[in-house]
Design a protein around this ligand. Structure first.
Ligand SMILES: Cc1ncc(COP(=O)(O)O)c(C=O)c1O
Length: 425
């Protein structure tokens, strides 16, 4: 019999990794309290739980003025709109990210300009961003991907030189720190998602950290149907409308769940960080595996996903095959996002969206040359689930044992490879 579970052998990990989100009686009590209060929604904005969440979240990240809202996509659109960035302006985004990082600028009327990534961190390559700057460039959205952070020193230097607004996409970076500064507090804005898979969640939700109270008041207006908001929170006049906005408020039911999540967050983050260091050591001994380099300035790592790279030739198996086989071994993993220029949804001929159709020359994806992002997406990257770390050393040992088992049985696997290849499209 084969040693590999996918070929009928025994699974490396039989016990499921711990589920996410974590919940207990505290969540039930918190939601019950809000239900009984009768104040379920987000109007008038912000409600008491939302106000408390804003305060506690800014404390968690160590700065900024927090505006909780509907998700971690609209956060970026609002940041752009609050900065008066819109139609025809260019916003630099990395090629390796979730589509939201590029679609948010389009919702604000701006053009996402896709640049390549740094092969060491898989985050935005600042040299590529520098080359992409034109007189129309108004903002840059670095993404702190998986568990890494973009080089915020270089990005802030570039932004200062060219007068750009920096919006950190921190959907994966709750609790992360760069030279002791919280992710999302370094740029002008930090955009966080509280969607259900994220390490701090309210089911759905988002938080925009703003550098100044003035920006926070503007952001609050935009998400509260344009009602004018005072500095420090609260609508000046619940019936007055000062600007075009929409309803992107976070509800009190959601805010209360995130507040309980914040109580658990520090212990979970500490465990993930300790276990990830243990994982780094174990993986770095496997031929053909590359642990992404840790930048010393990234002083606190946070782990939404643990991304490592393989060299398929040296490892012996291709990354999409490896992912399918790891899954069968009981280890939750993923090949990661597609490179942004392969996303069909932005192609002018395939969408009726205003921005791609108005500026088709910026969406000529076939002619974009993004070698690092392409290599990461198509050949190298493996994304492991954070639940592996919540299962302690045994969780990591099992994942590493499964990876080694795959390598040992590469020959047998490659004979059957086409069966297991993950098809993205
Ligand atoms: C990198 C990145 N940015 C933005 C988002 C968008 O967050 P949301 O799903 O809350 O809109 C995600 C989400 O899942 C993400 O992974």
């Amino acid at each position: 019999m084969s040693e590999l579970a996918i070929l009928g052998g025994p699974k490396t990990r039989t016990e499921p990794y711990p589920a996410w989100p974590v919940w207990d009686q505290r969540d039930i009590d918190a939601v019950t309290e809000v239900i009984k209060s009768g104040r379920w929604g987000g109007y008038p904005y912000p409600g008491p739980k939302t106000t408390e969440l804003a305060k506690k979240f800014a404390e968690l990240q160590g700065g900024g003025y927090a505006v909780p809202m509907a998700n971690g996509t609209v956060t970026m659109e609002v940041a752009l709109r609050a900065s008066n960035i819109g139609w025809g302006d260019e916003v630099i985004v990395p090629a390796y990210t979730f589509q939201a990082t590029a679609s948010a600028p389009m919702s604000a009327g701006a053009i996402p300009v896709i640049v390549d990534i740094d092969p060491n961190t898989y985050c935005l390559d600042v040299k590529a961003a520098t080359r992409a700057i034109t007189p129309k460039t108004k903002a840059i959205i670095p993404v702190h991907l998986g568990s890494n952070m973009a080089d915020m020193d270089a990005i802030m230097g570039l932004a200062e030189k060219h007068n750009l607004v920096v919006i950190e996409d921190c959907a994966h970076a709750h609790g992360a720190k760069w030279r002791g500064m919280g992710a999302g507090t370094i740029g002008h804005f930090g955009s966080f998602s509280l969607q259900s898979s994220k390490t701090l969640t309210s089911g759905e939700g988002g938080i925009l950290l703003c550098r100044t109270p003035e920006l926070a008041a503007l952001a609050a207006s935009i998400i509260d149907c344009g009602r004018p908001h005072a500095l420090g929170g609260g609508a000046d006049d619940p019936n007055g409308l000062s600007m075009q906005g929409g309803n992107f408020r976070l509800s009190e039911l959601q805010a209360t769940l995130a507040l309980v999540g914040i109580e658990r967050f520090p212990a979970q983050a500490k465990q993930r960080e300790e276990m990830a260091s243990y994982m780094d050591e174990a993986l770095s001994e496997i031929p053909g595996v590359r642990v992404l380099r840790r930048d010393e300035r990234h002083t606190t790592r946070s782990f939404y996903r643990y991304i490592f790279a393989i060299d398929p030739q040296k490892f012996g198996v291709e990354h999409d095959v490896m992912c399918a086989v790891l899954g069968a071994e009981g280890v939750p993993c993923w090949v990661g996002y597609e490179a942004m220029h392969n996303y069909e949804l932005f192609q002018p001929q395939k969408s009726k969206l205003a921005v791609p159709n108005a500026f088709p020359e910026n969406f000529d994806f076939k002619n974009m040359h993004l070698p690092e992002a392409t290599r990461a997406c198509e050949r190298e990257s493996i994304w492991l689930d954070e639940s592996i770390f919540r299962a302690g050393t045994k969780g990591v040992d099992d994942a590493v044992a499964a990876i080694k088992k795959i390598q040992k049985n590469a020959q047998e696997l490659n004979n059957a490879t086409e069966t297991f290849r993950i098809k993205r499209k």
